[in-house]
Design a protein around this ligand. Structure first.
Ligand code: CO
Length: 292
């Protein structure tokens, strides 16, 4: 049973992202941040990668640090192996997610575990409040079959990574300090979809495929659309469409960011570089392959 939405959100800005390279030469589209787009606090970055040309992704992301925020990797196709300086290792598979809370610092590698075929997915950076930036690193990782699925009577299908839907499905990722909502939504052609999004949360849609309308505005494949405030969203599809809906509670603190570090002040960024250079983040062991 749906709670009616009193104040549906409308579309604010739309962006398409910029082609760029990161890691050791991975081709990707950086959708956040975007020139002219307001900060969608707590979301700092959204990269979209989608290629079936191994030259675009094979070099991967060799060992690199993070401090002060969370990185969320969600894959639609292919797989990525990660190893980190705390001794963790795992493989994110198509439909699976890794929600890593880098906090005080982690060094990790993220390498495609395939030599051909399609690699498609997303990396989202979620900021942490000052009180948690220097906490203990942690991560939550879920296999494709551990992601909550919801099917609605009109054929809308949801994969709930975090947050709770209007119909009460809750994703496996918990205790994010920004109450982040992360949904992968598939809507059949000429159907509609309603979702609750708490008032005051920053929210956006990234359209993976298809064409949708929110109010009088249209969003097409590859566009990110920010949502204005309200208590939910109503989406109509004119084609079969798939999208991410991401929302979270703004932190509202000053942001100092440089490269892989996101802190509150410039001094804290300088400290992060000093700590990293003096080896405080540890090393990524490359011996896991030898474990039988
Ligand atoms: Co990383």
């Amino acid at each position: 049973m749906n709670i009616p939405i009193q104040h549906p959100r409308s579309i604010g800005q739309k962006v398409r992202g910029t082609d760029t390279q990161d890691g050791a030469g991975v081709q990707l589209k950086r959708v956040l941040p975007a020139p002219g787009l307001r900060l969608l606090d707590p979301f700092l970055l959204l990269d979209v990668f989608s290629s079936d040309n191994p030259n675009d992704y094979i070099a991967g992301f060799p060992p690199h640090p993070h401090r002060g925020f969370e990185t969320v990797t969600y894959l639609l196709a292919g797989q990525v192996r990660h190893r980190d300086s705390a001794g963790h290792m795992g493989v994110v598979k198509a439909g699976g997610v890794q929600w890593m809370t880098a906090a005080s610092g982690i060094k990790h590698s993220e390498m495609p575990e395939q030599e051909d075929g399609l690699l498609q997915g997303f990396q989202l950076w979620v900021n942490l409040p000052a009180a948690e930036k220097m906490g203990t690193p942690a991560y939550q990782e879920y296999e494709p079959d551990q992601i909550t699925e919801e099917t609605r009577s009109n054929g809308v299908k949801l994969r709930v990574i975090s947050g709770t839907t209007i119909e009460g499905s809750t994703g496996p990722v918990t205790s994010t300090s920004t109450d982040a909502i992360y949904l992968d939504i598939s809507i059949p052609a000429d159907s509609d979809y309603t979702e609750v999004i708490p008032q005051g949360f920053n929210a956006f849609i990234y359209l993976i495929s298809g064409k949708i309308q929110i109010g009088h505005a249209t969003v097409t494949t590859g566009e990110l659309a920010t949502l204005g405030d309200g208590d939910g969203v109503v989406i109509d599809s004119s084609e079969e469409s798939r999208m991410l809906l991401i929302a979270g509670k703004p932190i509202g603190e000053p942001i100092a960011r440089h490269g892989p570090f996101v802190m509150n002040t410039k001094e804290e960024i300088e400290q992060a570089y000093r700590d990293y250079e003096s080896g405080l983040f540890g090393e990524v062991e490359d011996t896991h392959d030898e474990v039988a």
